[in-house]
Write a protein that binds this ligand. Sequence first.
Ligand SMILES: *Cc1c(COP(=O)(O)O)cnc(C)c1O
Length: 490
Amino acid sequence: MPDFPLIFERSSPQRRAAIPPQAELASQVDLGQLLGEEHLRSRPLDLPEVSELELVRHFTGLAHRQFSVDGNFYPLGSCTMKYNPKVHELLAPEFQELHPYQAPETVQGALELLYALQHGLSSVTGMDQTTLQPAAGAHGELTGILMIRALHRSRGDTRRHIVLVPDGAHGTNPATASMAGFDVLEVPSRDNGEVDADALIAALSDEVAAIMLTNPNTVGVFETEILRIAEESRRRGVQLYYDGANANAIVGQVRPGDMGFDVVHLNLHKTFTVPHGGGGPGTGPVGVKAQLVPFLPHPLVVRAGAGYALEEDAERPQSIGRMRSFYGNFGNLVRAYCYLRSLGADGLRDVSYKAVLNANYLRVRLQEAGLKIRYPRINMHEFVAQPPGGIRTLDLAKGLLDHGLHPMTVYFPLHVKEAMMVEPTETETLEQLDAFADAVAELLARAREDPEYLAQAPRQTPVSRLDEVGAAKRPVLSARQLRQSSVTSS
Ligand SMILES: *Cc1c(COP(=O)(O)O)cnc(C)c1O
């Protein structure tokens, strides 16, 4: 039962949070004459009437209920919920007075930043050129696959209708391939967590347009046969796509371009200091090798004399066109640029080094706590665990909420039963990792004593265990309905 009133329920007639000055002009204008009487309101807007202090307390109270990296540990596997330094948040608004229609000569600083970021991300990934347009990881995938389609077509190669995707891939990979009109062929994984390279290579043919891989893959395992896979793809004219959402594991250490990949997208909202968790805006830049540069979306930022400009569309007539209006999600690009500049090459290497160290430490601690490790080997930035017999992953996840901990990703990847995917990230301390492992150990011990204990969790959160079947079949979608249903049920 929610104990937090709506702002409308706090309302009392005539209270005001702010009193604007009388608009002199409004009293001189006859609105009915101006707009037509039929367009005027017959009764006042039903707005909440509260004092300024009530307003502040309402929203501050809500903000404190928000679960976030700023408040709590958040080891959500595959999502890289690391801490984003606040200094980047201070710098991004410095640019917000700019308008996207401003003439390029008046926004040279912004263009220089974009140019330097295109270059910086190309060197991090080992690619020849990078577009900053796509607005999310999945959007970057679509951009990359559309470019691959355009490349094959430009060569008169129209037979390639298949994209190969491992069974552990993030759901956006097969979704992207089919959105771009390809047939998806799933490739199995091996028991050591790697993709079955023999099966993958056996599936290569002149009907295959691309392979989409994540390395390290979604179970946090580095694909050790990547060079052989890349060599065989090249021989068969197949483009190799790198889903770089897991780049936090490798930045500064190895580059997808050096592994033989032709296209890579990065998630700036995972690896490069762009806050996420609230649903956006994201940014998924895409880097490509030389053969794909002609197909990159418009526009790239280019050098023009001593300054910078947006490239003319006519300069690359084979471009797949625009993927996003204007300059992409510019504020995110500012944050990522600051992150690159403040860390430098050594700092980036340190990010992935510590992300991997933290994940391996936590893997061992959680194994000691009683979880099963699905692929017991050195992992990269994340790993997959399973609960001991008789305990459900969902129940353990709910139990963690009572400890003020965000659960790991649950029930993904799909090919691991009762999967828990844990990604602590580099920004957490040893003490925090220990506290998490201790909480898991305590919950498992309690569950052994009392099998019902976890089934009732969480107990401390504003909303306790939800009736998930009821929520799907008889959804309660308004506060009034909720109040009524809890009156009748109590
Ligand atoms: C997060 C993620 C994506 C999708 O990124 P979005 O920005 O959410 O679209 C794709 N692949 C992997 C491996 C991911 O972790």
